[in-house]
Design a protein around this ligand. Structure first.
Ligand code: GAP
Length: 462
């Protein structure tokens, strides 16, 4: 089994991705003017657009491309009994050890043992602090849920939790959805939203943070069909990543061992991606059985089951759950598309993002800031922006402006030059092939929309 320590054979490093994200305003450390708050990040303009596109593609795959899934947006704060029923109050814990030596740092015991094993050591041997070599405390179970209080008095009765997964909001709405959605198993409920976990060892940029966005879908199936649908969703989710440009050899599926399974799961497979930190979980696809519906039925007293009018059969559906992270997927798309290459003796950094993910689809650039070119370019920009996310940029040399667009992954560039003023044509530059063709302004919008909708595969596979 590969571990997070396994080295990555490609050249891109996390530092390069972090630097690009900062330089181009995708993502930056949160609360920076106050010295930052560990492992929290803010998304800037292009980061927001990119992550929105990731989420939109997920919704497209769940809702637009099929008709057996409905959407939901449940509250972050839920009744505290939800987390008793789900097992999170008792079971959502990590083993924490603290250095008793100099540095007093806290570590996840299971991560330390994995690291020892990866280096060929005995994982059951006594552990020492990796930072200062100090003795470590006995492990203590640490609950990952953030606690807060509703109302003005912070007492035991007012305690609520920030949800650590979006999934429970779906289970507690099963009955509501069933009564209006006119669906029968197999059918799914999909949700995108923030989740919170007080991770002991967050890190690796937006890979593991304490506040993050999940894209989860709970697929309710007749119990006998659970295995079939588990296989189906593993294949579907892998297809989603590769169709959006992730190279297939940077993805793999890994089944969880018995000792890794969450308290609710009878089988889970992770889709792993070859991040700069090594193979790591990108998305988990779990068979949750009837655990959640049965638990909520028991704790709430409500019947959470399906009655099949045709067969007169009453049963608690089993659940197959593809659970992805919007931030982690965004990171994977950034890493996989990042490339530094030499063009005519100069280095260019380019994000070869799938055009549907690219924050900006087309940039309109006047060659020079005179002779009426900016005004003409602005007219074209005004026209195109009605149909596609478009940017107008007239500052600096044309080379510099192209480099900027390459770094944010803009697939097409339109240059307005002196010839444009004579014959109403422009050059259309392709980010990946660097090919420039002369095209008429008339029909430019149709041409670009056509390109956006055409099948695409990353040029890195050629
Ligand atoms: N409902 C099941 C569930 O939450 P999970 O494997 O704990 O399963 C699903 O989380 C996905 O959410 C992960 O595969 C990952 O992409 C994302 N995720 C989980 N914890 C995260 C964190 N601390 N920071 C960023 N993303 C996280």
């Amino acid at each position: 089994m590969a571990t997070e320590q396994e080295t990555r054979p490609t050249e891109v490093t996390m530092e390069e991705i972090v630097a690009l994200c900062k330089r181009r305003g995708f993502v930056f450390p949160s609360s920076e003017i106050y010295g930052g708050l560990g492992s929290t990040y803010d998304y800037g303009h292009y980061g927001v657009l990119l992550k929105n596109n990731v989420k939109a593609e997920w919704w497209r795959a769940m809702l637009q491309e099929r008709d057996d899934i409905v959407a939901l947006d449940s509250a972050i704060l839920q009744h505290p009994r939800v987390w008793e029923a789900s097992g999170h109050l008792e079971g959502f814990t990590d083993p924490l050890v603290q250095c008793l030596g100099k540095c007093k740092k806290r570590w996840r015991e299971d991560h330390l043992r994995e690291a020892v094993e990866a280096e060929g050591g005995d994982p059951d041997a006594e552990l020492r602090c990796p930072q200062c070599g100090g003795e470590l405390s006995e492990p203590r179970q640490f609950n990952l849920m953030f606690e807060t209080h509703v109302g003005p008095v912070a007492d035991e009765g007012s305690t609520v939790y920030l949800r650590p997964e979006t999934a429970q909001g779906i289970f507690i709405n099963f009955k509501n959805v069933l009564s209006f959605a006119r669906k029968k198993p197999p059918f799914g409920i999909a949700q995108v939203g923030k989740s919170f976990r007080n991770e002991i060892t967050p890190g690796n940029f937006i890979f593991r943070t304490r506040e993050f966005e999940q894209m989860e879908m709970e697929y309710f199936v007749p119990p006998a069909e659970a295995q079939k649908w588990h296989q189906h969703w593993m294949a579907e989710r892998e297809r989603w990543y590769t169709e959006l440009g992730i190279r297939p050899d940077h993805l793999r599926v890994r089944a969880h061992g018995e000792d890794e399974l969450s308290h609710y799961s009878s089988a889970t497979s992770d889709i792993e991606y070859l991040f700069p930190i090594g193979w790591s979980e990108l998305e988990g696809i779990a068979d949750r059985g009837d655990f959640d519906l049965t638990q909520h039925a028991k704790f709430s007293g409500e019947k959470l089951e399906y009655f099949d009018q045709q067969t007169k059969e009453r049963y608690v559906p089993h659940v197959i759950e593809p659970a992805a992270g919007a931030d982690r997927a965004t990171l994977a798309f950034l890493v996989d598309s990042y490339e530094v290459e030499e063009v005519e003796g100069r280095q260019r950094t380019v994000l070869r993002l799938h055009p549907r993910l690219a924050p900006v689809k087309v940039a309109v650039l006047p060659l020079v800031s005179k002779d009426g070119l900016p005004e003409k370019a602005r007219e074209i920009f005004q026209d195109l922006r009605r149909r596609l996310p478009t940017e107008f940029d007239e500052g600096g040399s044309i080379g510099k402006r192209y480099r900027r667009q390459d770094e944010i992954g803009t697939p097409w560039g339109i240059t307005v030059d002196h010839q444009t003023m004579d014959d109403d044509t422009v050059t259309l530059r392709d980010r990946d092939s660097l090919e420039q063709v002369r095209v008429p302004i008339e029909g430019l919008g149709d041409e670009l929309v056509g390109r956006l909708e055409a099948p695409w595969r990353t040029p890195k596979l050629d």
